[in-house]
Design a protein around this ligand. Structure first.
Ligand code: GDP
Ligand code: MN
Length: 333
């Protein structure tokens, strides 16, 4: 589950990472009020769950509350990479000297979390990794030991951070690690972490992805889920406990078991077709679940046919048949 920038930054702040003053607004009028409270220049930031908002025109500087209202009106009417903007974050504008990247994710090959820093902040890290990988400094974190002080110093030295910022950088690195670990995140990223003209380190942007499989122990995070921007089919699927991922093909698949579902997709592709989805209805699915799954598959206009691949034994085939009948009765075909 991805968190919005304003949510990630609230979590960062609770863990001691400095962020700019600001609040989220759902209307242009609210944005104006927040700008008045903050006094002076603010930045209006679209809250959508994609990167590159800056380039898409979703981040604008306002010099007055009046301008904040105007820009918020524009941004709240935008779609960025297909996602409607429903909220904007209004933050005190920072005056930036330097933009740094600092993030943690899992390095599957190393079987450890990896903390990465780069002096090329503000640019998407995937792009830096592609074009100038030598600019990314990495340290692997032993999950039992946590981030060590010398590792934070290695990162600071590796990106040529001026000495007088090492202490603050070290604290932020530790806090980011705590945030990552305590929230069962798979990504915690500050891009950019900036040095301001008055010589402070501040997290201007924040991004967190939380492991869905750990959400059961984070009820506070579950509440942050933005149903608005999730594909509706995925929301429905979660309600019924189905593992569903929409894909771009025309052959819908209803399968029980993740392994069989993957093998089924492989077979479809092997014969030149394209699956429209991954769907695991799980073992022992009831007819209600089957019926819900079928409705989800059929709600995709790309779907031309559906392949049922049910392994009898862990799921009763008569339940599946009943589910299909129930779902089809609800359609005028
Ligand atoms: P992203 O494009 O979705 O990653 O959004 P960011 O929050 O990272 O903002 C993109 C860029 O906008 C940053 O790298 C900064 O250069 C700029 N920016 C964001 N906030 C401010 C601010 O308060 N002041 C100034 N001057 N620039 C900002
Ligand atoms: Mn960013």
């Amino acid at each position: 589950m991805k968190l919005h920038e304003y949510q990630s930054k609230q979590i960062f702040a609770r863990n001691g990472i400095p962020i700019p003053k600001g609040r989220v607004a759902a209307t242009a009028y609210e944005a104006k009020q927040i700008a008045e409270e903050l006094g002076g220049r603010v930045v209006i930031k679209s809250q959508v769950l994609v990167g590159g908002r800056g380039k898409a025109g979703g981040i604008r500087l306002a010099k007055s509350p009046h301008e904040a209202e105007e820009l918020a009106t524009q941004i709240l009417g935008m779609e960025i990479k297909g996602l409607p903007v429903r909220k904007v974050l209004v933050d005190e504008a920072a005056s930036i000297e330097t933009e740094i990247y600092l993030g943690i994710t899992n390095d599957r090959a190393a079987r450890k979390p990896v903390m990465m820093a780069s002096a090329a902040g503000g640019v998407e890290i995937e792009q830096v990794a592609r074009e100038t990988p030598e600019k990314i400094i990495k340290v692997h974190i032993d999950p039992l030991l946590g981030l060590r002080d010398y590792q934070a110093r290695d990162l600071a030295a590796g990106i040529d951070l001026p000495r007088d910022h090492w202490r603050a950088f070290g604290q932020i690195a530790h806090s980011l690690w705590q945030t990552y670990q305590n929230n069962d995140a798979t990504l915690a990223e500050i891009n950019p972490l900036v040095i301001t003209s008055d010589n402070r380190l501040v997290a201007l942007d924040g991004k967190m992805v939380v492991d869905d499989n750990a959400l059961f122990r984070h009820p506070d995070l579950v509440e942050m889920r933005d149903l608005d921007v999730e594909a509706q089919a995925e929301t429905e699927a979660r309600k019924y406990g189905l593992s569903f991922i929409k894909l771009d093909g025309q052959i819908g698949c209803m399968v029980n078991g993740a392994g069989l579902a993957m093998a089924t997709m492989d077979i479809i592709k092997f014969f030149g077709g394209e699956p429209a989805n991954f769907l695991d209805i799980g073992g022992g699915a009831s007819s209600e679940k089957v019926s819900a799954a079928l409705k989800i598959i059929l709600s995709d206009p790309n779907v031309k046919v559906i392949l049922f691949n049910i392994f009898g034994g862990i799921t009763r085939c008569d339940e599946v048949a009943r589910g299909i009948v129930a779902a089809l009765q609800g359609f005028d075909t």
